[in-house]
Design a protein around this ligand. Structure first.
Ligand code: BV8
Ligand code: ZN
Length: 246
């Protein structure tokens, strides 16, 4: 049974992604070479303390990432995931990424465990605003109450949004195949998701350019860039489905 047959025959296949799936869009990963964290340490910027100390610096970093993502756009890896959902094979995408590229590629059922670059939340009145382009001023102010807006992302030391976490656990628990794409598997509790699926009997297929903390529990390891491996997988799955339908 090869991976394409496994995915084509899956009763409930989901995709779990990390920064690696956006690397070929030109969005640097967190821990790889040239990664986001190379210039900054996570503790410096992606934490409530950093924001309290210097909201302008933190927003400049997020605006820089918004501009990167805004110009970049989804890559063939994101589009392959969207196509697997469109042909009814993939039921949902659970992502650690905040770049919104899965949605821009056409994925509809996306669970954002760590929030989104494209939402801002008022620290005073709690109002949440959708952003359709990079913020102009850093830090932006709440149109309603004038309070400070923060990126609506999960920083280190902060809990994940309850509804996103519960949806992710529910999806992982009922899946029989999980494609784990472009994650180092070191950030918790997100990294529990592939483990929860495995504990419920799912087969894990990892797509990564190098081994990760997930590899020891993966049933299949497809070494390569997701922008190349996933489109190939989609073609083979569609062939498999075609023969099954005929
Ligand atoms: C919490 C949003 C408690 C913001 C992010 C010690 C041990 C264990 C845990 C901890 C610890 N100390 C602290 C913790 C907890 C901490 C944590 O896990 N830290 C880690 C670093 C050890 N977790 C937290 O703080 C979480 N909150 O625990 O709260 C709590 C609970 C209840 C009540 C109150 C408090 C919150 C974690 C969320 C942090 N926010 N992002 C932002 O983006 O600015 S995390 C950040 O890392 C991104 O979301 C990113 O997605 C995520 C994980 O990284 P990856 O996605 O895996 O990316 P990475 O660069 O690491 O890897 C890329 C992979 O892609 C590599 O494997 C590479 O080989 C591969 N790749 C590269 N190119 C390609 C490719 N693959 C395929 N194709 C390619 N072309
Ligand atoms: Zn407000």
């Amino acid at each position: 049974m090869d991976v394409a047959d496994l995915v084509a025959a899956a009763r409930h296949c989901i995709v779990f992604t990390g920064a690696g799936i956006s690397a070929e869009s030109g969005v640097p990963t967190f821990r790889g070479a040239g990664g986001l964290w190379e210039r900054y340490r996570p503790e410096e910027l992606a934490t409530p303390e950093a924001f309290a100390r210097d909201p302008e610096l933190v927003w400049r970093w997020y605006r820089w990432r918004q501009e990167l993502v805004y110009r970049a756009g989804p890559n063939p890896g994101h589009r392959a995931v969207a196509e697997l959902e469109a042909i009814g094979v993939v039921k949902a995408v659970i992502t650690q990424n905040v770049d919104g590229l899965h949605q821009r590629a056409g994925s509809r059922n996306v669970v954002e465990l760590h929030g989104s670059l494209w939402r801002a939340r008022c620290v005073e009145c709690g109002a949440v605003y959708r952003l359709d382009k990079p913020v102009e001023e850093a830090p932006p102010r709440c149109p309603r109450c004038g309070g400070l807006l923060r990126p609506d992302v999960v920083w280190f030391g902060e809990p994940l949004p309850r509804d996103a976490w519960e949806r992710a656990v529910e999806l992982a628990s009922r899946s029989d195949v999980v494609l784990v794409v472009g994650t180092s598997g070191v950030v918790y509790p997100a990294a529990y998701i592939p483990r929860i699926a495995k504990d419920h009997g799912a087969v894990l297929v990892e797509v990564n350019v190098e081994e990760s903390a997930i590899t020891p529990i993966a049933d299949f390891f497809l070494r390569g860039r997701s922008g190349e491996v996933l489109p190939r997988l989609v073609e083979e799955v569609k062939k498999g489905l075609g023969t099954r339908r005929s």
